[in-house]
Design a protein. Sequence first.
Length: 159
Amino acid sequence: MTDNATPNIDNSGMDIHEILDHLPHRYPFVLIDRVISMELGKEITALKNVSVNEPFFPGHFPYHPVMPGVLIVEAMAQAAAILSFKTMGSKPTDDSVYYFAGIDSARFKKPVSPGDQIILNVKIERILKGIWKYIGVATVDGVVVAEASMMCILKAIEK
């Protein structure tokens, strides 16, 4: 197999500057710190460094900080959005939004705390009529902390 036979594999990853170029989110809602690897049209592996300075920790919970599960699912969705935009060969614009269309089978297996590094693996299950369906798994130190099936859609903003 030649190098030209696998043009969709990108193991060079993405730093925060390229991530911000492919996500419409901004602080404090960017939940991806680095993309480790990606195979366009198939899957992405990204990471989120969890810091005690996260804006949600003072309220969730002051006496025992735990990252909210919904934000772990959001981090998986942001990884999915990067994969989708890269697969489509496009970037977010001010004219559209990448929305959640559904979340199924979300399971939270273990709390995520400050100092953890979440590895997010998201695979495209199918694309049908503009709706992208993904399977996401989040791990810390090789242990599954959350998983979910997600559906997202790119919609034009009605002005």
